[in-house]
Design a protein around this ligand. Structure first.
Ligand code: KG4
Ligand code: ZN
Length: 375
């Protein structure tokens, strides 16, 4: 007879999303609640750590309660509580971690510490399970978000059911400066295209000519699997200086944003074909760089599979680019669903499941690790 599916409550508060989820057996999502703080940070065009901590404090109790209600699970039914230990903003991490710790203590249930980046890997595994697909190992995993752009070589202890297996990671490359999502957000800020930049630029890029403006490819001298996005950001700044005729529309969009008109459609109405071309060219340069370097790393490391996760993995051009390139190289590629690409707690509960099976538990001395590494 199969062992009962373990119910794990996941809690995530590493950046600007307060999230809680109940996942059964590491793969069936019974609930996944995400309370985003985007509206609070929008006027600063970036996450303000003090405001993030304060908002997590306001939201953590109702978000956990809603996750339990939606899953129709009582606290007493839980088998374990999993929390994000890091990496992330210290104050933000502390809120979810402390709440989870106290909950586990009061319920006398095991507490499981999860690395946020490993959570992003498990977001892919959750999706693979839903699609009844089994990733082949080894894999190369690209985690690409607002805070991270990093490549890992991933191997698995077990073949078959990835929701029960522990993974081993080796870091093979990463950004030397900005994360890709950060570059999206900064470029959107220069062009007055709202915050966060990724989803809006993704939509506007579809209306421009990606060959119109050439952004040079960054050369990585010591490690070809590293990334750099600060050059493209500077190139954008110089382009705008050389084209002062774009300034009036930037001002007009800034005013629209100040009035709260921040949808992609509203901003597109205020964008000339030259701006749409610029956005499309920027996106093409970033996506080409991400796909080319990841594919090269996969080939060099004889990977059979590519996993792509993190907020930028929601990007349409990135998904289609990876799919066609992987097909050309006979590799399998896996993404999370778009909802699980950005930060959520289902991925934290899923990542905790193999640890639960291994009795890999944390105790009350657990502390937040803002720079926690995966490898
Ligand atoms: O994983 P995430 O929610 O938070 C971090 O851990 O950083 O990722 C948020 C980042 C933001 O920089 C946002 O602009 C970017 O992901 N993003 C996108 C898209 N959706 C979100 N970037 C490009 N295209 C998208 N569709
Ligand atoms: Zn993340």
């Amino acid at each position: 007879m199969d062992a009962p599916e373990r119910l794990i409550l996941g809690i995530e508060s590493s950046c600007d999303e307060t999230a809680a989820a109940v996942v059964a057996g590491g793969r069936r999502i019974l609930s996944s609640i995400v309370s985003s703080q985007i509206d609070i940070h929008r006027k600063y065009a970036g996450v303000v750590p003090e405001l993030a901590s304060r908002e997590h404090l306001r939201k953590i109790v109702p978000v956990v309660r809603e996750a339990l209600d939606q899953a129709n699970v009582a606290l007493a039914d839980l088998d374990a509580v999993a929390v994000t230990q890091g990496p992330g903003l210290t104050g933000a991490l502390l809120v979810g971690m402390t709440y989870g710790k106290v909950l586990a203590l009061a319920l006398q249930k095991p507490l499981i510490a999860v690395n946020h980046l490993e959570g992003h890997v498990h977001a892919v595994i959750l999706e693979a399970h839903l699609a009844a697909r089994h990733p082949q190992w080894p894999a190369v995993c690209l985690i690409v978000s607002g805070g991270h752009t990093v490549l890992y070589h991933v191997t698995s202890s077990a073949h078959g059911d990835a929701s029960r297996a522990k993974f081993s990671y080796a870091r093979i490359g990463g950004t030397r400066d900005d994360a890709a999502g950060e570059a999206y957000d900064k470029v959107a800020r220069m062009l007055a295209l709202g915050y966060p930049g990724g989803p809006i630029l993704d939509q506007l890029a579809a209306h421009g000519d990606a060959k119109a403006v050439r952004f040079g490819e960054p050369k990585m001298k010591s490690n070809p699997h590293d990334f750099s996005f600060s050059g493209i950001k500077t190139a954008m700044l110089y382009h705008l200086r050389r084209h002062p005729e774009l300034q009036p529309e930037i001002d007009a969009r800034q005013q629209a944003l100040a009035r709260g008109e921040c949808t992609a459609d509203a901003l597109r109405q205020l964008s000339s074909p030259a701006t749409l071309d610029l956005v499309a060219s920027f996106q093409r340069a970033v996506i080409d760089d991400l796909t080319t370097r990841t594919l090269a790393a996969a080939q060099q490391h004889n990977a059979r599979t590519i996993l792509v996760s993190g907020g930028v993995a929601a990007n349409r051009e990135l998904r289609s680019g990876f799919e066609s390139e992987a097909r050309r190289h006979s590799l399998d590629v896996y993404f999370p669903s778009r909802a699980l690409s950005t930060d959520n707690a289902a991925m934290i509960a899923a990542a905790a499941h193999p640890r639960y099976l291994d009795s890999d538990f944390a105790d009350a001395s657990l502390n937040a690790e803002p720079n926690l590494a995966l490898a």
